[in-house]
Design a binder for this molecule. Structure first.
Ligand code: FAD
Length: 292
């Protein structure tokens, strides 16, 4: 099933994310994680792609298993920063052979020691999207950044490039994590003002390790609002308390999003089915739209 069809409806959707193990690592652990996440019945499961290419085969393998074994739509990520156009073309053929219909098309982070871009490489995700579009009947997602992408000096330019990316054939967008919903609401106004009309899936990161999150926020340019920072500081040395507070924060964030009409939520599950299960349990009546 194409994810754009799921996102057309006003019903709440919740998706989860899996990242493949490193090459050589035990695949049975990820099988168990996929099984537990599938048991939560998310609307789709996305599978990340190592920009360096090291885990790329695993992305396809796991995405195929999600569809064939659990009958849940899979969203296979695909980055182009370390690939030639030929590599991408052959990966798209393999995706077609395996029945993968949904691709999250990304550039990936530029490796520090590379001579990027070489003449045979892609510069931006928009070029990848054009090629995917030309090579098959895929549903294509793209990434967006409510606080602006770190490389882009001016947010206005970032939104203009986003518009260009969508015009190249994006069917939906998924956001980078954010911890202040007002940041997302302001972004949605700016997106609408540029006539970007595709569905936007809000990426929510449940935080269970405060040090790790501070580091990844620094790298991605994501702001930590004072309310969240107080929690992260208070519980940084108390893993159980941090986990509980992180789950409560993400739950509240999602309730606020859904209450304000943001119906499509992507949980950055970080291969942690227990956290996803707790959050989805907290929201059970909300996400299943139950009459009480
Ligand atoms: P692009 O859309 O190409 O944008 C990159 C930069 O170029 C931006 O600053 C943009 O403003 C600028 N730009 C775009 N077009 C132009 C233009 N025409 N001229 C000048 N500047 C331009 N990384 C992984 O390695 N694997 C994953 O699986 C993965 N999954 C992700 C999932 C989500 C939901 C998100 C939000 C990010 C993910 N990433 C992943 C990280 C992503 O690869 C990085 O953020 C990367 O630096 C940018 O990728 P992009 O596709 O957004 O790039």
């Amino acid at each position: 099933m194409k994810i754009k069809e799921l996102l057309q409806s006003d019903r709440v959707t919740v998706s989860c994310e899996i990242f493949p193990p490193k090459a050589g690592a035990d695949i049975s652990r990820i099988d168990a994680i996929v099984q537990k996440i599938a048991a939560l019945h998310p609307n789709f499961i996305s599978v990340t792609y190592g920009a360096g290419g090291s885990t790329s085969k695993r992305t396809l393998e796991i995405a195929t298993k999600i569809q064939n074994t659990y009958h849940i739509p899979a969203l296979a990520h695909l980055t182009c920063v370390s690939s030639t156009k030929e590599d991408i073309s052959s990966m798209l053929d393999k995706m077609k052979e395996n029945g993968i219909e949904n691709i999250l098309a990304l550039r990936g982070d530029i490796p520090q020691d590379s001579d990027f871009p070489s003449p045979v490489q892609y510069h931006y995700a928009s070029e990848l999207i054009q090629d995917i579009k030309a090579q098959g009947d895929f549903c294509i997602g793209g990434a967006c950044y409510p606080e602006g992408h770190v490389e882009c000096e001016h947010k206005e330019d970032d939104i203009d490039f986003l518009k260009r990316k969508v015009d190249c054939g994006c069917d939906f967008l998924t956001t980078q994590m954010f911890f202040d919903n007002n940041v997302l609401y302001h972004f949605l106004y700016r997106v609408l003002s540029k006539k970007i009309n595709v569905p936007i899936v809000a990426g929510v990161m449940p935080v269970i390790n405060s040090r790790q999150i501070k580091r990844s926020c620094e790298l991605s340019g994501t702001a930590l609002p004072p309310r969240f920072k107080a929690i992260a500081d208070k519980f940084s040395d108390k893993p159980k308390a941090m986990k509980q507070a992180g789950i409560a924060y993400a739950t509240e964030q999602i309730i606020d999003l859904i209450s304000n009409g943001v119906n499509h939520i992507h949980l950055y599950t970080m291969n942690n089915p227990e956290i996803a299960a707790e959050i989805m349990g907290n929201l059970s009546a909300i996400i299943r739209d139950e009459e009480v």
